[in-house]
Design a protein around this ligand. Structure first.
Ligand SMILES: [Zn+2]
Length: 415
């Protein structure tokens, strides 16, 4: 066991660009409950790295109008709302001069094709929801909005040159390669970006997704920054390596900070003490396994590495067995992760726990802690929730990238 642990002490988690926290680093989170404190924690960490004064100065001028594409259940929305609330609290705490009631983040619209996600989006956030990125004509002023059941504006209002920063957000959650059948939706997305008045776009995807591709699609005034990140880098006990790209218009924004994107994220790191076990936090009864599941579990238990959290939707026998990572973290959740079995609890990871593993607020207390609206999941079926969780973005990871952008971008000074 010691040998395996020593092997694991590498500097980077797989597919990441930010090094793992060294062993002498402070712990960020000890439980799922703890993770919801990420927004304040990240701001205080940034302030300790780059100075309270500098961080406060930048936050005072931070203002985004946010739209999302491939929105899912609104992970980007949730992260931005939490950050904005934390920014307000930070300014109140650290600034002696009066802080006007700044609204750092204003939600504009979400664009999502899945019906169950659309319902969650409109009832949770109340902003405009459009149905399909391929049908969103950015050369028009409006499109049919599901929330308000009428035509609503699609271009952003924040276009005032006297505003210090005027940025927009879009995001891609669909994980298909360039030649996959859904690449048409990516094309439509990039087409929308080019035709929009957006100046800042965040893109999340599997780590294989390439910067060059985005650069090719967006063309000249756009510049791409990127960061490959896993929640474990920030101190959570779950795997989910993703690439986060920040595309911005060089004629409108400039990255003006004493750090690069990866360096800012680096200062938010924490030592990992959470494991897969921590994510089974709800008080739920043991389940009776079906005969097929029992046989599969027996196969898992006969393997040399006996998994404590085997995925019973995968077969141990055909070599596709899956479970906790070698450092005992929760494996990357997918849309088929509905049967992640805990041998200790003798039950599956509940879809609410799956959503909570991304730090999406699913209870009032969690919403209160991160200051984002609690997801409205009433009447959402079990399997839909598994799907939502499988497609979601880990909130603190996107939050860390958003924080970097909120602090670093400044408007281009026009002569
Ligand atoms: Zn609307």
């Amino acid at each position: 066991m010691q040998v395996a642990n020593t092997c694991w002490l590498r500097r980077f988690y797989p597919k990441t660009s930010v090094p793992a926290a060294p062993d002498d680093y402070p712990v960020n989170f000890r439980s799922v409950k703890d993770v919801y404190r990420w927004p304040n924690m990240f701001l205080e960490k940034a302030a300790s790295c780059f100075g309270v004064k500098w961080v406060a100065q930048r936050l005072r001028r931070w203002k985004w109008e946010l739209s999302t594409a491939f929105s899912g259940v609104g992970c980007a929305e949730s992260a931005a709302i939490s950050l904005a609330a934390a920014a307000k609290a930070f300014l109140k705490k650290h600034l002696t001069s009066n802080v006007r009631g700044t609204n750092h983040v204003q939600l504009s619209f979400a664009c999502e094709i899945d019906g169950a996600c659309q319902r969650v989006l409109r009832s949770t956030y109340g902003h405009c929801v459009f149905c399909d990125i391929t049908k969103l004509n950015m050369t028009k002023n409006s499109s049919f909005c599901i929330t308000h059941q009428k035509m609503c504006p699609i271009q952003h209002k924040l276009d005032d040159p006297t505003r210090p920063v005027c940025v927009d957000f879009s995001l891609m959650g669909q994980r298909k390669k360039q030649h996959g059948p859904s690449y048409a939706t990516h094309k439509a997305f990039y087409d929308a970006v080019r035709k929009s008045n957006w100046s800042l776009v965040f893109i999340e995807n599997v780590t294989e997704y390439q910067e060059q591709l985005v650069q090719q699609e967006l063309g000249k005034p756009w510049c791409i920054l990127s960061c490959r990140l896993d929640p474990r880098v920030l101190g959570m006990g779950c795997a989910r390596a993703r690439v986060f790209m920040v595309a911005y218009r060089t004629d409108k924004l400039v990255w003006d900070a004493p750090f690069g994107l990866n360096e800012l994220v680096e200062c938010l790191r924490g030592r990992v003490v959470m494991t897969a076990k921590d994510y089974y936090y709800m008080d739920l009864p043991r389940v009776k396994l079906s005969d097929a599941n029992e046989r599969n579990l027996a196969d898992y238990n006969s393997e040399s590495r006996k998994l404590q959290f085997p995925d019973l939707n995968q077969y141990a026998k055909n070599g596709r067995g899956r479970g906790e990572t070698v450092d005992n973290a929760l494996p990357t959740l997918t849309t088929t992760s509905g049967r992640l079995f805990s041998q200790a609890h003798h039950r599956f990871l509940h879809p609410d726990e799956m959503l909570a593993s991304h730090a999406l607020p699913i209870s009032k207390d969690q919403g209160k802690a991160c200051r984002a609206p609690t997801l409205e999941l009433d009447k959402v079926p079990y399997t839909s929730k598994v799907h939502m969780a499988g497609n979601a973005i880990n909130i603190p990871t996107i939050g860390s990238v958003m924080l970097a952008a909120a602090l670093a971008f400044q408007p281009v000074q026009k002569p």
